[in-house]
Ligand binder design. Sequence first.
Ligand SMILES: Nc1nc2c(c(=O)[nH]1)N[C@H]1C(S)=C(S)[C@@H](COP(=O)(O)OP(=O)(O)OC[C@H]3O[C@@H](n4cnc5c(=O)[nH]c(N)nc54)[C@H](O)[C@@H]3O)O[C@H]1N2
Ligand SMILES: Nc1nc2c(c(=O)[nH]1)N[C@H]1C(S)=C(S)[C@@H](COP(=O)(O)OP(=O)(O)OC[C@H]3O[C@@H](n4cnc5c(=O)[nH]c(N)nc54)[C@H](O)[C@@H]3O)O[C@H]1N2
Ligand code: SF4
Ligand SMILES: [Mo]
Length: 570
Amino acid sequence: MNSNNTVACPLDCYDCCEAVYDEKGNCKGSKEHKVTNGKLCVNFANLLNEEYLVEAFVDKKGVPLQTALSATVEKLKSSDPSKTLYYKGAGNLGVMQSAPKTFFANYGSVLTRGSLCDGAGAEGLEQGRGKVVNPPIENLVNADVIIVWGRNFSVTSPHMYNLVKDKTFITIDPIVTSIAKQSKLHLQLNPKTDHELALLLTRFAYMEDAEDENFIEEYAEGADWFFDTAKGRPIVSYQNTTGVSLKDVTTFFEIIKDKKVALMIGVGVQKYYEGAQITRTIDSFAGYIGIHNKEAGGVWYLDDSSYGYENKFPVTAKKRVDVAELDFASFDVVFIQGANPVVSAPNTQRVIDGLKNSFVIFYGTTLNETSQYADIIIPSSDFLTKKDVRLSYGHELKAISHAVKKAHANTISEYDFTQYMNEAFSFESLEDEDVILSSYIECQVDKQESFIETLEFIEDVEVDALYEGKQEDEYYLITAKRKESLNSQFSSDDKVYLHSQCGFNEGDEVKLCSSFGEAKFIVSLSDDVKSNSVLLFSGNKNGNYLTPYKSDEASSSAMFQEALVRIELS
Ligand SMILES: Nc1nc2c(c(=O)[nH]1)N[C@H]1C(S)=C(S)[C@@H](COP(=O)(O)OP(=O)(O)OC[C@H]3O[C@@H](n4cnc5c(=O)[nH]c(N)nc54)[C@H](O)[C@@H]3O)O[C@H]1N2
Ligand SMILES: Nc1nc2c(c(=O)[nH]1)N[C@H]1C(S)=C(S)[C@@H](COP(=O)(O)OP(=O)(O)OC[C@H]3O[C@@H](n4cnc5c(=O)[nH]c(N)nc54)[C@H](O)[C@@H]3O)O[C@H]1N2
Ligand code: SF4
Ligand SMILES: [Mo]
């Protein structure tokens, strides 16, 4: 691991792989990084083939980097800082991406709060146990049965999956995902009924004598209340609302009986207004049957990857706005780094209208749908040319990036950009780059950090069901990841996937309408999609015309699936 030719995959992905760059310029998966295990994926290949941006722009005209940087300084010097926004995306997850935020916080820009990704679920887990830290990867490897709940495990963390692909799987997902196809049991529940399913499972756990009395006594609070909530409804009523049969629930307990269980929760369960409560209910069920704090197995989610590390880029924002609700038009200047909100943020029409009415500075490695609206474009140097460290939200291993290639003269790294701006504004400069990086590289987080001291069970579950207001001709909106792209990066798949019973034909052009907007799509039929749902992949250029620009109830985060859609031939 001490070699100076490793490169961290910068992409927003659970696996956090490390590659080795050889003298011939080839990148191979590191064999020393346990999760990478010598292999890389199609998206890493996409990165290597990417046409990186090597020209800066001011007013759509190509200019040298220096001209774009000077124009940025000039624009900020003549603006009211409180009318400027700093918006950072997840295009690169290296720790150095946080450097520019320190400049903008000192300057006085408004920052964002909440997330477009895992915010609601993280909030739910944190409410119950105070922190979100995954168990050691060994615990996953040593589990017997893996429950994949609202996570496209083999697609969105292909290397973690590879370590355990021979285990017994149970999948809980409205879509027949590739992991569902390899599972012993697939509970194809209705969207946004996961909290109900968790309560039903808790009820069965009691009947099957599957509760973990020791865990409950030693580490849990409120288990009785939680169980009372689970008992509050007739069992058969859960069957109707979740769409999961009691027979399948019995099978679920047959499979996990006396087994070491790992529960992999994904972002699918929490893209809703009450996403925090839903996730916490699942974690409470896991506590009830004693999955936590064991030698093998445990509960995984997208954890706080920097837990236990010293934050080298602390910021205090003068003001923050919710990332899902913000209106770009209400700012004079918007600085967008590593993001593509025109495709990835909720409510595309509102994003575009906002960007058209603001001065936009775009800082990225590639042109994208958002950079079209930029007044200034600053090219960021690509991942092979800058030093960095990646911490993972999927497991405890980190990946280290050396600058294995020389950066193009017209590009600038996030660290150098921040230093440049600090100097222009006479702000204090950052610590030395190598000192910052060593702090992350050398810090070893104790594996015991994932130990849960107290699990407070959720007591009242108050979730407004989507099925209650749903009309016959309305569909649930599912929006999930796909193998060949990383959110809006690389190729996009702009189709709508529908079950063959939907009454439309392959290739039809349809209009989808929600209460938030409408857009056209070409139909692709797939019986992997539940017949009451439509599936749009993340990165679909038109998908977010349909999604709400409101925050969830607890974490200021987006809730992409809190919507129902109608379909008409266009
Ligand atoms: N190849 C690839 N890998 C990626 C990404 C990518 O774009 N491409 N993106 C990365 C990022 S940013 C993230 S956050 C992670 C996310 O990775 P995952 O956690 O796997 O997230 P998603 O694919 O959004 O959704 C997971 C599953 O939730 C299901 N689902 C939807 N609604 C519900 C529901 O109401 N209940 C239940 N039980 N399931 C539901 C979907 O059908 C889907 O199969 O993946 C990362 N990895
Ligand atoms: N409908 C729907 N919407 C979603 C999702 C969904 O499942 N469905 N998923 C949500 C999730 S989980 C997430 S995480 C977000 C992601 O949304 P965003 O954070 O907006 O990420 P991307 O769309 O992947 O945009 C990445 C951009 O970052 C830039 N970039 C890449 N590397 C670097 C770098 O090193 N430096 C700089 N400065 N720029 C770089 C590239 O120009 C690229 O276009 O999308 C969310 N939006
Ligand atoms: S699996 Fe994820 S971390 Fe690994 S190379 Fe692919 S995108 Fe990068
Ligand atoms: Mo994400």
